[in-house]
Ligand binder design. Structure first.
Ligand code: PLP
Length: 423
């Protein structure tokens, strides 16, 4: 009998043995094409020797040193490289071990920022119904997925949620994409006024929604309007790029394509590419300075923040993404993959929408293409597709069910950027 506590206690999963490039192999020798990088993690594929070598060298030098005693060369170099490529204004990087930790850190940084500048009443977070920001309590309260939130609702901080930007489902026939984007962005202003601007601390959003919506990008102008509203009411804009960042959408940071920069940005998954657990919260100098000139201490931290070995691995990953041209390749290969999906499934009667950016693509399934009627959630269509694909040797990431009474079944494709045409 196994003593591991699996997340799905009734599933009987194969045991992974090794990975090579875009493939994973189980202990029975079965080969799987990695079509989702796990959950948009393995952007370099498996067995990248440059990353492995960088990790080995750091292990030989020193695997770990606690950040209350030391900084480290890889963490310093990684922060500098991230900032060199980050959207204008972002200036300081706080390293953590994963996505939920990055979001949790962003929540606490936003709160501490307003305490430092003498606005202690600001503690309310606004986010979007169709969103996932992680599973720790603050991040879970911020996310808009009711099913995930429900059991823990009594434990949650103050948040409220506005509509997502979901053109396929919500744009009216007589409305341009731009006008639609402005309309849903303006819901943020309505919600700020409802809660009282003086009480709101931050708006959280994923630039391209991943886990809960299958690679859903915003329409043009949406985030520019969101940025305007946040500025108007002195509210921090936090963009969660845990899943869509690190080149996944064809630019290193997804928000580059929307022409805006946040006050705080979170990233994880692709940063370590699965070779090490690492995430980051990146903020503006204004926020950093408020703490530096105030208490001089961010009242938040974990034992493994700034882990030298994780940072060394991530530095090698980031070097491949930027200097090695893999972000550019993600954009090019993503365009080809999108065209192949359109060719193969564009007219399929059960495929309602194919969408996304770069190597971050989603397929939404419907029972009726014309009316966009979703499948009955009880059928768990996407989950069955995942199972069938897995049995056939393809790994893809499903989401079945409804959020907000609207959403059906999606498959998310987030393959390694090293895909060739044949894959
Ligand atoms: N934020 C987003 C947008 C995510 O997609 C996820 C995970 O899927 C998280 C946060 C949480 O990250 P982690 O699972 O590394 O804690």
């Amino acid at each position: 009998m196994s003593h591991i506590f699996p997340r799905h206690t009734k599933s009987n999963l194969p045991t992974v043995d090794h990975g090579k490039g875009v493939y994973l192999f189980d202990t029975e020798g079965k080969c799987y094409l990695d079509g989702s990088g796990g959950a948009a993690v393995s952007c370099l594929g498996h067995g990248d020797q440059d990353v492995i070598e960088a990790i080995k060298q750091q292990l030989d030098a020193v695997p770990f040193a606690h950040t209350s005693f030391f900084t480290s060369k890889p963490a310093e170099a990684l922060a500098d490289k991230l900032i060199a490529h980050a959207p204008e204004g972002l200036d300081r990087v706080y390293f953590v071990s994963g996505g939920s930790e990055a979001v949790e850190s962003a929540i606490k940084l936003a709160r501490q920022y307003f305490l430092e500048i003498g606005q202690p009443q600001r503690r309310h977070i606004i986010a979007r119904r169709q969103s996932y920001h992680g599973n720790t309590l603050g991040a879970l309260a911020t996310g808009g997925n009711l099913w995930r939130r429900e059991p823990f609702a009594p434990l949650m901080i103050d948040t409220s949620h506005i509509s997502p930007c979901y053109e396929y489902r919500d744009r009216k026939e007589d409305e341009s994409a731009f006008d639609y984007g402005q309309r849903v962005a303006n819901e943020l202003e309505d919600e700020i006024l409802r809660v009282g601007a003086e009480n709101v601390m931050a708006f959280f959003a994923e630039p391209v929604v991943g886990a809960t919506a299958g690679a859903l990008p915003p329409v043009e102008g949406y985030f520019k309007r969101i940025r305007e509203i946040c500025d108007q009411y002195g509210i921090l804009l936090v963009l969660d790029e845990v899943m869509c960042g690190m080149g996944r959408t064809g630019t290193l940071f997804a928000c580059e394509q929307d022409g805006i920069a946040p006050d705080i940005l979170t990233t994880a998954k692709g940063l370590g590419a699965g070779y090490q657990p690492i995430g980051a919260m990146i903020c503006t100098d204004t926020i950093y300075k408020a703490i530096e000139d105030g208490t001089g201490f961010f009242q938040h931290g974990h034992t493994y923040i700034g882990h030298p070995t994780a940072a060394a691995g991530a530095l090698a990953v980031l070097t491949k993404l930027t200097d090695g041209g893999l972000v550019k390749r993600a954009a090019e290969t993503g365009t080809k993959l999108r065209a192949a999906l359109d060719d193969a499934f564009g007219t399929h009667p059960y495929v309602g929408d194919i969408r996304g950016r770069g190597m971050f693509l989603g397929i939404e399934f419907v029972e009726d293409k014309e009316s966009k009627k979703p499948f009955d959630p009880a059928l768990a269509t996407a989950k069955h597709l995942k199972k069938a694909a897995f049995e056939a040797g393809l790994i893809c990431y499903p989401m079945s069910g409804t959020i907000d009474g609207k959403f059906g079944d999606h498959i998310l494709l987030a393959p390694p950027f090293i895909y060739e045409d044949a894959h």
